[in-house]
Design a binder for this molecule. Structure first.
Ligand code: ASP
Length: 361
């Protein structure tokens, strides 16, 4: 039988004997078991509500995870999803306590043979920080995907439902395994380590300026581009290292004419580490560099990062890191350098040992 005729017969069978046609289709293509995906919700705009349609103002974290799941047509066909509320906050209020709770829960959930992947709904403001924290402390190769939205759930053309559909699709894809923690928004798959929020309101606010995208996802079909370049999750020295309290690390912003006051304020507040959001290649005024050098002498770990949002800060360019006892942040932006320093300080206060961690993570 030629192809056309075979197609015609199959079509006829589908009309005349739907049950037989269905059974045949099943015999040819075994339906894959759906992945079991746990959705951990933390709030954010994806769960946000306006008080009137069209309002620019809205409240984050107005809906719980059950409502978010119900709002996505076809989600149950993609995966066997279950939800759990971890927090209900705008992610501008994200803090160590929620990270600790979330990190421990992710490890617990992924440790179960009943769950294949985790999706975390989260505000976009600090998504990159939470994602990077989880990239370091998650003790599993199973996919962990963060997702949010730029428009609240009540908005015209809300982006949350499609983003959540795509996030669950990515989490269910066996090819997502071993790629570290991922961020899915606006049809793009980012590595949590590489991505950063770059626009206050645009739907494509996330970009990954140094190393590019992990992939794309369109209507639930993922297309993968690359694998992570740095250590992460099951291969991380921090996997499962989640103490009750994280050390205090503050970020000091550099700008023209800045004096030593912000460094001194961080020290007075009890910082064990300071990240410099430096101008250019992690630079700052002489006054700031001197204040940081004095802090480093007292055992405070100082990391130089850059406020430019891309590129790497290498050692000993315009600042003599060897002499002053500083650490260079490599490609980590200040907010991510802060996360790594919080965890690094649990292991060592020696700037050389901390530098070795910044060279690998
Ligand atoms: N402020 C919100 C948050 O981070 C913004 C968002 O989710 O897009 O929770």
């Amino acid at each position: 039988m030629d192809v056309t005729r075979r197609g015609f017969v199959a079509t006829l069978a589908a009309f005349a004997f739907p049950a037989v046609a269905l059974a045949q289709a099943h015999a040819l293509e075994p339906v894959p078991a759906r992945a079991r995906v746990k959705i951990l919700a933390t709030g954010g705009t994806i769960a946000g509500a306006q008080s009137r349609p069209g309002d620019v103002a809205y409240k984050s974290a107005a809906y719980d995870v059950g409502v978010l799941i119900k709002a996505v047509p076809g989600l149950g066909e993609l995966a066997e999803v279950s939800g759990e509320q971890i927090a209900s906050i705008g992610s501008q209020d994200m803090n160590d306590a929620v990270w600790i709770k979330l990190g421990r829960r992710v490890n617990q959930v992924l440790g179960s043979p009943e769950i294949d992947a985790v999706v975390i709904t989260h505000g976009t403001d600090t998504m990159e920080e939470t994602g990077y924290f989880l990239n370091l402390v998650t003790r599993s190769d199973k996919p962990v995907v963060l997702v949010g939205s730029m428009r609240p759930a009540t908005a015209t053309s809300a982006d949350g439902p499609m983003n959540l559909y795509n996030a669950v699709a990515v989490a269910s894809d066996p090819a997502a395994r071993g790629r570290g923690v991922l961020v899915v928004l606006n049809d793009r798959i980012h590595f949590a380590r590489e991505t950063t929020k770059t626009n206050t309101t645009a739907l494509d606010t996330f970009s990954s300026p140094n190393r590019g995208l992990a992939g794309l996802v369109l209507f639930g079909k993922a297309r993968w581009f690359s694998r992570p370049a740095w250590k992460h999750t099951a291969g991380s020295a921090f996997a499962g290292v989640i103490p009750d309290v994280l050390p205090r690390v503050d970020i000091v912003y550099a700008y023209a004419n800045v004096g030593p006051e912000l460094v001194n304020a961080a020290l007075a507040a009890g910082a064990k580490g300071i990240v410099l959001a430096g101008v250019g290649d992690g630079n700052a005024t002489q006054a700031v560099i001197e204040a940081l050098a004095a802090a480093a002498k007292k055992g405070i770990v100082v990391v130089r990062s850059s406020r430019t949002n891309s590129g790497a800060v290498a050692r000993n360019v315009e600042v003599d890191d060897d002499k002053l006892g500083f650490v260079a942040a490599q490609e980590l932006n200040p907010q991510k350098a802060r996360v790594l320093l919080q965890l690094a300080l649990l292991k060592s206060k020696d700037p050389k040992a901390v530098q070795a961690l910044f060279d690998q993570y």
